[in-house]
Design a protein around this ligand. Structure first.
Ligand code: NAP
Length: 549
């Protein structure tokens, strides 16, 4: 493959300064940032437009579970003032409208080639360049390559035999059609009860003829208590954006959320109950911020889990269904905590049926529906909301070949490795935004993306200033970072659930929590020290004499 690309590139490669893969939040900001630095850039995006997950995930009920005010770009004071959020937690159409507003306002699209999948990125050592090829025959070369490919961009079908056999409508949450879909009078089945499934179920439950929810592991979900934003509140936010952003940068989650220094067992059981009830009424992720030790103290965590199970029991009328919906066997918040509006209430509808696939396993998908151990459920439509090959999937989906022919596929066989979630030893000038071993899934992805792009830009400026051609972390620095990530992971309960965070949802994938669990604020500090300390964790090669093309 190397040889073929080399031969091709000698005649057709387009020379650039920076190649950016992906046009979600990270890719969009990278395009803007590097263009403003006066660099020749080219973005590639598999989707037909900007937006990343929000371009693809058009399923009914799709909505962000962070406040819109936080879940928005912070780099442009003008955009902050010009855009007005309508809902506290924006739905996908509003998010996509915002994303397109930003792309128009900054004229970003002309730098991005859409409907184009990158098929390989190969480091050409002799010329200190990345050569990137696409499925549309493009060949580009640039000294810098930015993988803004996102932690959740490769959707995953379940390992259930027979999916292709199903003769009804087969829908995938992450590749939802752009046209309206009708559920009226249909027997609809859905597999998957994570954040995505929960949003779909509460939205379509009342609209289907009948809805069959095939649940393996129940999730904990708490009331979102979404509301329209009042003009007075929005004006106040717009006046205070600078301090809101500052607070987000200095928080563990990259957003303004309730946080507490209070340990669970320092207050009486009665007070705990009062605090938990107040947080349930407040909604959003208030509960996670009620006590400081919910992700480290298993016993405290179990008390909160039991509180939520109690709520499920109060809402869901049928005791068997309620019991099946109560998550057990893993700590609350160890899976992504979901926020809902009417999820549990949906199971009180006579047309909504919970199939507990822990007791009654899915055997296969048939032409007509889903066969459980107890028999076949006939369906007109089957929805798959079965998650993603998270964190690493996008980068493992094509050939990324670094120094000496080393590939990411080989390097990550035993689990993802990187330094600061940004770079890998052996892959000079290849940068990731929201990469594995950074805080990716555990903090506001837009704050992380902006931080990462700014860090990369500063590294490039450093290289240009000192006439350096190639940069990569040392093995020792990467080892130290991996050790820190592993040590922190052992202290949190996040690694104690079988989730995409730990690779448990993908057969044969290396298991382990390759996320930085120390908080976004501390992550920023590590990255700042790495740069301001003179990039001592990195090796550089002088520009010198490069072999011409
Ligand atoms: P997910 O959390 O990984 O959930 C996948 C679901 O599919 C799980 O319930 C899983 O059950 C089920 N499943 C997979 N294979 C199955 C099989 N063979 N048989 C039965 N069930 C099977 O995926 P997701 O819901 O798409 O969410 C992924 C992430 O996207 C979230 O954690 C969140 O970070 C993000 N997200 C965010 C929002 C938001 O902002 N509101 C919305 C949607 C998604 P098991 O658990 O038993 O494997």
């Amino acid at each position: 493959m190397n040889d073929i690309n080399t031969a091709h590139a000698e005649t057709t490669a387009r020379r650039l300064d920076v190649i950016i893969v992906g046009a979600g939040f990270g890719g969009m900001y990278a395009v803007y940032k590097f263009r403003e630095m006066g660099l020749a850039i080219q973005g590639f995006e598999a989707g037909g437009n900007v937006g990343g997950v929000w371009y693809w995930n058009r399923y009914p009920g799709a909505r962000v579970d962070l406040p819109s005010i936080d879940y928005s770009f912070a780099f442009s004071r003008e955009i902050e003032q010009e855009w007005t959020w309508k809902e506290q937690f924006a739905a996908q159409p509003e998010l996509l409208e915002y994303i397109n507003f930003v792309a128009d306002r900054l004229d970003l699209r002309k730098h991005i080639q859409f409907n184009t999948r990158v098929t390989s990125a190969v480091w050409i050592e002799a010329r200190k360049l990345w050569r990137v090829t696409t499925d549309r025959g493009d060949v580009c070369e640039a000294p810098y390559c930015i993988m803004a490919t996102g932690p959740l961009s490769i959707p995953k079908d379940p390992e259930i035999p027979g999916i292709a056999r199903f003769k009804g409508e087969l829908m995938r949450a992450a590749k939802w059609p752009h046209h309206p879909v009708s559920f009226a009078g249909k027997r609809v089945g859905i597999i998957g009860t994570g954040s995505t499934g929960i949003q779909i179920i509460q939205e379509i439950g009342p609209k289907c003829g009948e809805l069959f929810v095939f649940q393996r592991t129940p999730s904990f979900t708490m009331p979102m208590r979404n509301e329209n934003l009042e003009p007075g509140y929005v004006a106040e936010v717009k006046r205070n954006y600078a301090s809101i952003r500052e607070a987000a940068l200095n928080s563990a989650v990259g957003g303004v959320r309730p946080q507490s220094t209070r340990a669970f067992f320092t207050v009486t059981p009665k007070q705990r109950q009062v605090l938990l009830e107040a947080s349930w009424q407040q909604g959003g992720l208030a509960m996670l911020g009620t006590f400081a030790d919910l992700l480290t103290n298993e016993e405290a965590n179990e008390h909160v889990a039991e509180f939520v199970r109690g709520k499920i029991g109060e809402i869901v009328k049928d005791p068997v269904t309620a019991e099946a919906l109560k998550p057990r066997g893993y700590p609350i918040f160890a899976r992504r905590p979901c926020l809902d509006n009417t999820y549990y209430e949906t199971f009180n509808l006579p047309t909504v049926h919970l199939k507990n696939c822990l007791n009654d396993k899915i055997v296969e998908i048939t032409e007509k529906g889903v066969r459980l151990e107890s028999g076949e459920v006939e369906l007109d439509m089957l929805i798959l909301a079965t998650g993603y090959d998270g964190l690493t999937g996008a980068l493992l989906a094509f050939d990324v070949v670094g120094r000496d022919g080393r590939t990411i596929n080989q390097e990550w066989k035993a689990g993802a490795r990187s330094h600061l979630g940004l770079m890998m030893e052996g892959f000079p000038n290849l940068f990731m935004t929201t990469g594995p071993t950074g805080p990716a899934a555990l903090a506001n992805i837009i704050r992380i993306s902006e931080h990462d792009v700014d860090w990369i830009a500063n590294a490039m400026v450093h290289m240009e200033k000192h006439h350096l051609a190639a940069m990569e972390p040392t093995v020792e620095a990467e080892d130290r970072w991996m050790e820190l990530v592993a040590t922190l992971a052992q202290r949190t309960l996040v690694s104690k659930a079988k989730t995409w965070y730990v690779g448990a949802n993908v057969e044969g994938k290396a298991q382990g929590l390759t996320l930085f669990t120390g908080g976004f604020h501390r992550y920023r500090e590590y990255c700042r020290i790495a740069a301001e300390g003179g990039y001592q964790d990195f090796t550089f090669e002088p520009a010198g004499e490069l072999v011409p093309a």
